[in-house]
Design a protein around this ligand. Structure first.
Ligand SMILES: [Zn+2]
Length: 399
């Protein structure tokens, strides 16, 4: 299939091997708040990608992590006077409920950072040994000057633009322990009240980026086929993973395809915790069927930002009703309804950079034609094809 790779900046051919599974790592949630529609959109992209690869005879080994050691989680736990691990467990439980409701495929590996710390220490030691990092007062930083290509995925321009974006996303440029304000944390001393783990540099906790290097390489190997996440991870998270992982393993590229989903907006503003305009999955699935949410989210080009409009999301219920009708519509005794061209177009759309919005338009065409031919034509073969296509999009109605 053709798949857009953010690092290369264009589509390239992803061969679907028959003799080994493709490896997929998706950066998962930081469990301090329940899953919102933006998360659901990101995870839906990879859910449909896996289902499509399977439909083509391939297999995928899928790892999605839980970032339960990170600043936002500790800040929320502190604000709400709750233990960080209790908060994390509660929110992971809710997340798993949301994923089940949305009919997301279960990852083969679902590691939690808090249980993976020991795997990070040897990687940091390796980066120090390879001259990619330095120790300062119980902290370890990655030396970005050791990797001139750092951040090229983001296409932001020069150093100043990278630093500005990093600062907007949690980098502390004024840390006196740093040689360069853009250097990022591999290991750091903990603040009071935060958990600590032992390390060769003193008690502390890992930085955010090193967590994903440790978990992806542990479960999927030193080099991945596909690494995904929301577009807000295009800098600094994913370029940091690249320089850490390649700096440690010496194998390039770390990942063959970097796949990023667009961000979700609500009424003209980016849906974000800081703006407080989140639509939570657990609320949305009470107001409409998960299949209709899935239809709505799949109706946008996956790489582009989209504006979530509640009325439009609810209107997708009508598409699901038509799908359900078509799947069980009574056949007639007339000529066989031939939907082969629509089915071929459906798969061709997914094959061309997972154009799920185009695939959905062909699915709709198949549904419309079956419903129009019900009672007159022989439609059972078309219904079987419809069920298979709807299964690739992951609708429960097709199961
Ligand atoms: Zn990550």
């Amino acid at each position: 299939m053709q798949l857009f790779d953010t690092l290369r900046g264009h589509k390239a051919t992803l061969e679907i091997p028959k003799d080994r599974p493709l490896t997929l790592y998706v950066c998962g949630v930081t469990p301090y708040d329940t899953t919102h529609i933006g998360h659901a959109h990101t995870f839906l992209i990879f859910d449909i990608l896996i289902r499509y690869i399977r439909s083509q005879g391939g297999q995928v080994t899928y790892c999605q992590n839980v970032t339960d050691v990170d600043d936002p989680l500790f800040e929320r736990a502190n604000r709400d006077s709750i233990a960080w691990d209790v908060l994390a467990k509660r929110e992971v439980d809710q997340y798993l409920k949301d994923c089940k409701a949305m009919n997301f495929l279960t990852p083969d590996f679902f590691p939690k950072v808090s249980e993976e710390i020991s795997g990070m220490i040897p990687i940091i030691e390796g980066l120090l040994k390879n001259g990619k990092a330095y120790v300062a007062n119980g902290n370890v930083f990655f030396d970005v000057s050791s990797e001139p290509s750092y951040g090229e995925m983001a296409r932001l321009g020069g150093y100043e633009e990278l630093l500005k974006t990093a600062n907007e996303r949690g980098n502390n440029p004024n840390d006196p322990n740093k040689t360069d304000p853009l250097d990022f944390v591999l290991w750091r001393t903990s603040n009071p009240g935060e958990p600590t783990w032992p390390s060769p540099w003193g008690p502390g906790r890992p930085g955010w980026h090193i967590e994903c290097t440790a978990m992806s390489t542990r479960y999927l190997g030193d080099q991945l086929d596909i690494h995904g996440g929301g577009r807000d991870l295009v800098f600094p998270h994913h370029p940091s993973e690249i320089v850490q992982t390649e700096g440690y393993t010496g194998k390039r590229p770390f990942t063959r395809f970097w796949v990023h989903g667009g961000l979700t907006w609500l009424d003209g503003a980016k849906m974000s915790k800081s703006l407080g305009n989140l639509v939570f999955v657990r609320d949305a699935v009470l107001q409409q069927s998960p299949d209709s949410i899935r239809w709505y989210l799949a109706s946008f080009p996956y790489r582009e930002d989209f504006n979530y409009i509640r009325a439009d999301a609810k209107a997708a219920e009508g598409e699901i009703a038509a799908l359900v009708t078509a799947l069980s519509a009574p056949a007639g005794s007339g000529p066989v309804l031939n939907v082969n061209d629509d089915v071929a177009a459906f798969y061709a759309a997914l094959d061309d950079d997972l154009a799920m919005h185009i695939a959905l338009s062909h699915l709709k065409q198949i549904i419309t034609r079956i419903n129009a031919s019900s009672g007159t034509h022989s439609i059972s073969a078309a219904q079987q094809q419809l069920r298979a296509c709807a299964g690739v999009i992951g609708f429960k109605a097709a199961e």
